[in-house]
Design a protein around this ligand. Structure first.
Ligand code: ZN
Length: 125
């Protein structure tokens, strides 16, 4: 079990009991260190620390990895989403699963197992 440090730049400035470490006379507030953290894909101990990181570094990170400078396009061939609805009159209270193209509004029937299958898609890759 490896312990990781929270990547929040201000983690050590939050005055909580669990961050206060060391022996009497030389105690310090320290960056949290844990085996697992839930925020920012396991890099941050809290939303606060995640937000602190973003405020400090996000512009540099975006510039480094490539800033979006124009619109991206989701085309018709990739606009299929899985949906379901309850139609009591036609389907006896059963959920009706279907594919909806959110651009063309075309609907195509879908079985429940296709709906549940995360690898099944009409979207072109
Ligand atoms: Zn933290």
């Amino acid at each position: 079990m490896t312990l990781k440090y929270c990547q929040g730049p201000k983690c050590h400035t939050y005055h909580t009991k669990d961050r206060l470490k060391g022996i009497k006379g030389s105690k310090t507030y320290q960056t949290r260190r844990k085996s697992s953290m839930y925020y920012g894909t396991g890099n941050f101990c809290s939303m606060n620390c995640y937000n602190d990181w973003a405020e400090t570094f996000i512009d540099r990170a975006i510039d480094h990895f490539g800033r979006t400078t124009g619109p991206k396009h989701l085309t018709e061939d990739k606009a299929w989403t899985k949906r379901y609805r309850w139609d009591y009159e036609r389907h006896n209270g059963q959920a009706q699963h279907y594919y909806l193209n959110t651009i063309t509004k075309e609907e195509r029937p879908l079985t429940e197992s296709q709906y549940d299958d995360s690898t099944y898609t009409l979207n072109e890759r």
